[in-house]
Design a protein around this ligand. Structure first.
Ligand code: EPZ
Length: 437
């Protein structure tokens, strides 16, 4: 199955369930490497990223048992060993997760080999912050032709790091290294996303000593030994918001079981300003089209607690159906509007700009990045043949095809499997009309 023939024009309505957050579960599995005992992670979704991390951990001698239906993954890191470079290479290009194995592997084995990384093409995706952090802990970083070799002949020493930007990955890199380093580590300008806080919860359960201050300063006191953990992953707020935007774009009504208000406050405020309706209860959130015109808005993405960059693409599809001019200023990634080309081909009126529109100057201002978009609506969408560009853009293309009149062919949908569990089953549950190719 790598394409869907989608018959648009049917509102999505019904109930779906989101399980553990894609951008947390992989990191928690890597954290298990640091422990001397077994760990159990619950609410793990059946997505490709989890398969990639399981494969990498097994390569290093970790026993991984997975029950997909119950979402339980058990990890036994007691026989960790150095993997063969050739085997690791088979995972090259599959995701960005391998970079987070560095700290844990250097602590356990004295070295780590990281293949060239993958991940969505939404910008250059550098790892300079990660490598600088490892060097500051005293690691030696050697670039080889097929990847990076990290060693620490004298062990890893606690350090003080000032992040140029509150990078999620770099914050995770530091956490996974500092917890077992010698002495104190301090991180300024740290990322504070809910997924980061859940990773800190996991590490504390293992025996780590970590404090988080309101001024984005994280302090870690290295310990000699970490145990295992048992933890239920927080729900995926990106997937929940993706379905909420799908409800708006298709005039639908979707109950997202598992969605948690606390992680989505900024999204919910924006959803309400666009005119969407939502009802919150203990088990999830019901997202509804209001049955009247949606409102255009000015939106700027930012690090947590701002409007998340991954929420932007699905919402842009809903904004093509809102009356007036909407402005979206993407400040986290420099190249995250590529998906709008297909929307324009389907009849949307979207123009992208190099300028920082609608908000403050960001890192990408006055450089050659088209990181602001103006969307004029409402515009009826027509079916088209679409090639999915990346994970979140791909989901947006699916929403657009579902909102469009006519039948679209959406190719490359395996990319969507990376981050949306059983999404064709969910589309079916919501009444979407499509065939798998
Ligand atoms: C994580 O990516 C997520 N991925 C992304 O989700 C998410 O959009 C992003 O955090 C921001 O919330 C995973 O967790 C697997 P960053 P990450 O480091 O850690 C620059 C999705 O669709 N940067 O916070 O790679 C970087 O270029 C994905 O689920 C450096 O310059 O994001 C970007 O402009 C997409 N040097 C900014 O920081 C570095 O060494 C934020 O990146 C690292 C990052």
């Amino acid at each position: 199955m790598n394409f869907l023939r989608v018959h648009g024009g049917t509102p999505l309505s019904g109930e779906i369930t989101v399980r553990g957050a894609k951008n947390f579960v992989s990191k928690a599995m890597v954290a298990a490497l640091l422990g001397e005992d077994t760990s159990e992670l619950r609410n793990v979704p059946d997505i490709k990223d989890v398969n990639v991390v399981s494969g990498l951990l097994k390569l290093h001698g970790v026993l991984v048992e997975r029950d997909v239906a119950s979402g339980i993954v058990r990890l036994d890191p007691r026989n960790v060993e150095i993997a063969h470079k050739a085997d690791i290479d088979t995972h090259a290009g599959s995701s960005r997760i391998p970079i987070l194995l560095c700290g844990p592997l250097v602590h356990r084995l004295g070295e780590a080999f990281i293949p060239d990384l993958g991940g969505c093409r939404i910008g250059d995706r550098p790892i300079d912050y990660h490598l600088d952090i490892l060097r500051q802990f005293g690691a030696k970083v050697e670039k080889l032709e097929s990847g990076i070799l990290i060693t620490a002949p004298h062990g890893l020493q606690g350090t003080k790091v000032d992040l140029p930007y509150p990078s999620v990955g770099a914050t995770e890199q530091l956490l996974l290294t500092a917890v077992r380093a010698n002495g104190f580590t301090e991180l300024r300008n740290a990322a504070m996303e809910p997924e980061i806080m859940d990773l800190i919860a996991v590490l504390q359960r293992m025996g780590a000593i970590i404090s988080v201050d309101t001024d984005r300063v994280i302090r870690v006191e290295g310990v000699d030994r970490l145990g295992g953990f048992t933890h239920t992953a927080l729900p995926d707020r990106i997937e929940a918001a993706s379905w909420a935007s799908a409800a708006l774009a298709t005039h639908g009504d979707i109950f997202v079981r598992g969605a948690r208000q606390a992680d989505m406050v900024t999204f919910l405020n924006t959803f309400r300003k666009v005119g969407g309706a939502f009802d919150i209860d203990d088990d999830g959130i019901r997202f509804r089209h209001p049955g009247k015109d949606l409102h255009s808005i000015v939106l700027e993405t930012d690090v947590h607690p701002g409007f998340m960059t991954d929420w932007q693409q699905p919402l842009v599809v809903a904004l093509t159906q809102a009356a007036g001019l909407s402005i979206v200023h993407e400040t986290v990634y420099e190249n995250r509007f590529g998906f709008t080309d297909a929307l324009v081909r389907m009849g949307a009126t979207i123009q992208v700009y190099r300028e920082c529109l609608g908000g403050l100057q960001c890192r990408f201002g006055q450089r050659n990045f088209f990181h602001s978009a103006v969307i004029s609506g409402p515009t009826p969408l027509r079916a088209a043949d679409i090639e999915v560009p990346d994970l979140r853009g791909g989901f947006s293309h699916l929403i657009a095809a579902l909102a469009a009149e006519g039948t679209s062919k959406v190719r490359g949908i395996d990319l969507i499997n990376r981050g949306y569990e059983d999404f064709s089953g969910k589309l079916e549950a919501l009444g979407a009309k499509f065939e798998q190719g």
